[in-house]
Design a protein around this ligand. Structure first.
Ligand code: HEC
Length: 135
């Protein structure tokens, strides 16, 4: 094979890998705690248990669903944020909630209310702790 053709083939392969990479399947690339130090801790006690109990079969990175139900709560949190599944300005209209509310893979729609309460709890607790420590 000519080296030019090889080069082009390699470029194509590279392009395929990049373009068809784990876009929907990836965990959050952002491992820094973008919502402050306490956030992961609060998240692990509010939203995380619901995801861990109900969503791991399909959201642990093994399927096409975004991998927010993984064992590390920090990665779980950051994945939700990176995929825009939590609306920080209006927590109750988060996609994470509406997706379940409208019926999602046989998940009980009552879990939407649990998620709603948990997301609001999480975000209000971190805004309180921010006020305490920073201001
Ligand atoms: C039986 C498998 C299955 C279960 C269980 C499941 N999901 Fe999913 N989910 C998927 C798949 C596959 C996708 C990607 C395709 C799609 O958007 O429907 C997805 C997509 C999503 C999306 C949309 C992501 C986006 O970027 O638009 C949200 C939000 C979501 N799931 C939330 C949940 C939550 C919350 C739970 C647990 C309470 C859950 N899912 C349980 C299979 C599942």
């Amino acid at each position: 094979m000519g080296s030019k053709i090889k080069f082009i083939l390699i470029l194509c392969l590279l392009n395929l890998t990049l373009a068809c990479g784990p876009v929907h399947n990836s965990v959050g690339s952002n491992t820094a705690n973008s919502l402050g130090e306490d956030s992961g801790e609060v998240f692990s006690k509010t939203v995380f248990p619901i995801l861990d109990n109900n969503c791991t079969i399909c959201h642990d990175g093994g399927t096409s669903g975004p991998a927010f139900a993984v064992s590390d709560p920090n990665i779980s949190q950051n994945t939700l944020l990176n995929f825009g599944l939590v609306n920080l300005n209006n927590p109750s209209s988060s996609k994470l909630i509406s997706e379940i509310e409208s019926g999602h893979n046989g998940i009980s729609t009552s879990i939407a209310a649990d998620l709603d309460a948990a997301i609001n709890d999480w975000l209000s607790q971190i805004s309180e702790s921010e006020n305490e420590s920073e201001l």
